[in-house]
Design a protein around this ligand. Structure first.
Ligand code: CA
Length: 753
């Protein structure tokens, strides 16, 4: 009795003492070895908290260059506040600091310092680099700020340069307060005189100071305030100084920037305080998914991907003095109460990044759904590509995918009627800001049942994605008893059939008279497709794979066609692109036939075997893709990472399932990477995936039990997971050709009865 009592007392203590360091597995340099012709992720070493409003990074590229950090470069010219969805879209609200030694040099090229990666530590909660000249920079993040420290070698004059980046900026220097305040206004989404206000507070006295501007690099000594294009500041500290700066910024006001600084960094005397807290936030976050297995390399890849998946979308709200959320809206330029999020392109992220988020962070997702509808009220359109305002990039109207997915998974923070009305407006109008703002070709899509090519660019891809979005509208309407929209969207969700050419077995471009595009070549990129070819786009029927199987002639033919993707040569017909784009190069390099995991359209494809009686092939290929196309290094992705999407593919796949059709509650089974994975849900429940005998050879599921009962289905539902429980699999090197082949085992297809 006594002994039992003692064990009971000691148990929690021993559990607490065993905090596993998962942050150590994350390499924020993953995917940074990227350039215009070939991207290995197109990432930068993001120093930030999960979904943080601002992030910080070393800067190797010139001011205004979207390629802000490239691994192969050997000079850093600044340490900047960053956001950036993609190198292709540049950044906004950027400013930077750079330590300068001996003589004051402000020019961004001349002040750049050489470094080696051996002298670099790149973790989510802490970035450190020691330059060849022995200056050291360190950074640790908060949600809306950062704590930096610059350590100069003894005996050298020590300057810090603040760079106002591109466009207009202003600075005010307060030497007695050891403080600089100011603003920047750079980036596409920064119209209407909107300012990013910043406050920087130093822990060392200023010896001298001045302002400068980065157009002509003119320095004005002893001037404490200025405003104009590229205006910045400099400070001289005592020789050989070790100086810390706490910095925070706000889109609302300078006062709020100061409040952000006080709230988030006020108590931190040392960078170590901020660092420790950031480490804990990340470790708690990453601990929500505990993986157990033999390979440290796999863990590094997993947690690096999980880190990257947890950066987008960004919180775009701030906390007022009463502790309440409010935000400056990028949609109407006004301040509103509540939550706002930004920096994501739904074309990429509806597929896996949001389905991962709604699993791990349903409360945040609920706030996000409110923010989507608020954005629609504020600018008249649902967001599709927010950066930070609506850019309308890519194709589709995938906000409805997020909304339907949220509803089907139990999120009840929004009015579905309002969501459906907003979507109906989206689907029957064209907005001013790009092809995915409203619906490009909606008139013909509604009258002909497809978007005609060449009348519209990427028309067939648009038809396919509109049909999926219409399914999401239909499904949300059906779930909420809205007959009008159910019928309206339900009538259009089979429109994918209208661009299927039975003669070739592919989706193709079709003109308004009904003629197929001549000289069809399934390896030809562009034209009626978006960043891909017919081999990639034939699979874009997320909601009705059964219907697609029927079009392709049944299960056998369907699986044979999936097989062909990997077995046909990886040749490229550049088509309307006129030359190789990086996605093509990446497909050729992957050397997996026409399988182009470096871009989104085909990322769900390997899971489709589950719908046609050959689930073991999904298991095999999911593992192959994880093994061959991902690692934790600077070359760690098979192409653009894209706002957490390509990382989320890996995270979900490593768990053993994938969100083929967001807007339904199913995650389709693949093959888990680890022997045991424990997911801690937001409600405190745990879902465990056990995979006995799992290793690189034993990738096939032979038996499955859910909570002790035999489980033959090829999918698992959201509620199965969040309720908590155990999915217990036995893995083998030889497939079980029977498991998961019955008609009731198949994942969702809207045409299946
Ligand atoms: Ca992409």
């Amino acid at each position: 009795m006594k002994i039992q009592f003692l064990i009971f007392l000691l148990l929690p203590v021993s559990l607490f003492s065993q905090v596993t360091d998962l942050v150590k597995y994350v390499n924020t340099l993953q995917g940074t070895n990227s350039k215009h012709e070939l991207t290995r992720g197109n990432t930068y070493p993001t120093t930030a908290l999960p979904f943080g409003m601002h992030t910080w990074t070393p800067q190797t590229g010139r001011n205004g260059d979207g390629w802000k950090y490239q691994y192969f470069k050997n000079k850093i010219r600044g340490f900047q506040q960053a956001h950036q969805c993609s190198s292709w879209s540049n950044d906004y609200a950027v400013f930077s600091f750079m330590p300068v030694m001996d003589n004051l040099v402000v020019n961004e090229n001349d002040r750049a310092l050489e470094f080696r990666h051996e002298q670099e530590t790149a973790k989510p909660h802490y970035y450190k680099v020691t330059f060849d000249n022995n200056i050291t920079t360190e950074m640790s993040p908060t949600e809306r700020g950062a704590h930096l420290r610059f350590s100069f070698p003894e005996g050298h004059k020590s300057y810090l340069v603040l760079d106002g980046y591109t466009r207009i900026s202003g600075v005010k220097i307060f030497p007695e307060k050891r403080m600089i305040t100011g603003y920047v206004n750079n980036g596409h989404g920064f119209q209407k005189g909107w300012k990013n206000h910043f406050v920087a507070v130093f822990d060392q006295p200023f010896e001298s100071y001045g302002v400068w501007e980065n157009r002509h690099n003119k320095v004005k000594e002893n001037v404490s305030s200025d405003e104009g294009d590229g205006v910045g500041a400099y400070i001289q500290f005592k020789t050989g100084v070790k100086v810390q700066v706490k910095v925070a910024s706000s889109y609302i006001s300078e006062e709020q920037a100061m409040l952000n600084l006080t709230t988030e960094l006020g108590k931190d005397r040392l960078l170590e305080d901020t660092k420790k807290r950031a480490w804990k936030i990340w470790n708690d976050h990453l601990s929500r998914i505990m993986v157990e297995g033999d390979s440290e390399e796999d863990k590094a890849t997993f947690y690096s991907c999980f880190f990257r998946a947890s950066l987008f979308s960004r919180k775009f709200y701030e906390i007022d003095k009463n502790g309440l959320p409010y935000y400056f809206s990028p949609y109407d330029g006004k301040v509103h109460e509540g939550y706002m999020f930004t920096d994501t392109g739904f074309w990429d992220t509806f597929r896996a990044q949001f389905p991962l988020n709604v699993l791990m962070h349903p409360t945040m997702h609920g706030r996000y759904m409110q923010a989507l509808l608020k954005a629609q009220e504020q600018c008249g359109w649902l967001p599709s590509w927010s950066f930070p305002n609506e850019q309308g990039s890519m194709i589709g109207n995938h906000a409805i995918s997020l909304l339907a997915d949220a509803w089907v998974k139990g999120v009840r923070t929004f009015d579905p009627e309002k969501a459906l009305a907003a979507y109906a407006h989206e689907a029957n109008n064209k907005g001013p800001w790009g092809p995915a703002n409203g619906r490009d070709g909606y008139k013909e899509y509604n009258s002909l049942g497809y978007v005609p090519y060449p009348r519209y660019r990427e028309a067939t891809a648009k038809t396919l994605e509109y049909a999926y979005d219409d399914f999401c509208g239909y499904h949300l309407a059906k779930l909420t008893g809205n007959k009008k929209y159910q019928d309206n969207f339900g009538a259009k969700m089979y429109n994918y059939k209208n661009v299927f050419n039975a003669a070739t077995g592919f989706m193709e471009g079709k003109d308004k008279e009904g003629n197929w595009k001549k000289n069809f070549d399934p390896t030809e990129w562009g034209g009626p497709f978006t960043e891909g070819n017919a081999w990639h786009w034939v699979w874009s029927v997320f909601h009705d794979v059964k219907g697609l199987i029927d079009l392709l002639g049944g299960d056998q033919q369907f699986c044979a066609k999936l097989d062909s993707v990997f077995s046909v040569p990886n040749t490229v017909n550049v088509g309307t692109y006129g030359g190789m784009i990086h996605e093509m190069t990446e497909m050729v390099m992957a050397n997996m036939g026409q399988y182009a995991h470096g871009n989104q359209p085909i990322q769900h494809m390997v899971y489709l075997y589950n719908y046609a009686g050959q689930p073991w092939k999904a298991q095999y290929h999911a593992r192959e893709v994880m093994k061959r196309l991902y690692n934790a290094t600077e070359d760690g992705y098979p192409g653009d990472e894209d706002q957490g999407q390509t990382s989320s593919w890996y995270v979900l796949s490593a768990l053993g399932f994938y969100s083929v059709c967001p807007g339904t509650d199913q995650y389709v089974l693949g093959s888990p990477l680890f022997r045991k994975t424990t997911i801690t849900l937001e409600n405190g429940q745990k879902f465990i995936i056990k995979a006995d005998n799992n290793n690189n050879d034993n990738v096939y599921i032979t038996t499955a039990r859910l909570n002790g009962k035999p489980y033959s289905r090829n999918y698992i539902t959201y509620s199965d997971i969040v309720r908590g429980g155990t999915l217990h699999l036995a893995m083998n090197s030889v497939p079980d050709y029977k498991r998961g082949t019955g008609s009731k085992d198949l994942p969702f297809s809207v045409s299946a009865k």
